[in-house]
Design a binder for this molecule. Sequence first.
Ligand code: CA
Length: 242
Amino acid sequence: MAEIASNKDVSGTGNRIPVLVVEDDAAIRRLLTAAFLDTEFKMLEAENGMQGLSLATKSRPELILLDLGLPDLDGVQFVQQIRGWSQIPIIVVSAEGTEDRKVEALKEGADDYVTKPFGVNELIQRMRTAWRRTQREGLATNEPTLEMGDVTIDLDTRIVRKAGNEVHLTPLEYNLLVFLAKHAGRVVTQRQILAAVWGDEYSEEAQYLRVYVGYLRKKLEDDPANPTLIVTEPRVGYRLRG
Ligand code: CA
């Protein structure tokens, strides 16, 4: 148990590791809530894919358990969306007889899978393995540092620098910047950005995006009124200098 206790500290998010469970079956969510009680994990619940995507950006889970059979959204697309901005470990939960979907999800970057009906102890062991692997990799192997002119993003430490000086960004500002940076040199539409960073249900909320692009420009542009880093593509979206 000592090892588990030290993992709690490493997470840096309080006592327990937040796990986002995206599952439309309330009985399974209840089962998992009970199963997590004696573990280092705590559950963030989403009963559909939209809610899941939104919680993934807002609540910063450290692991995702994803049911592939969701009422509103294809589980494989869910994995794609998350991988657009995050390497958070994803364990796919699939029903028997849906091998193809599971393979697709793994191809898109899911880390592991369990098949329903699953044993709770096995699931928790797999969660520990997946979570520890990312913690280790986060410390040991470097994700690349993204560079755009004099702005750099260290994806491991989440530190952003301009001309060598650390710039403090809120989690939302950071997620927005990373999403733009991962598509650097290409135009991304307002809807794509809103859906990826805020969640699908925000895809019409263009004013959120304008406000946050404004914040980023204030912090990162030499002249925020004449941006050269985050460029507006009128009536389409934005492009980050490649
Ligand atoms: Ca389901």
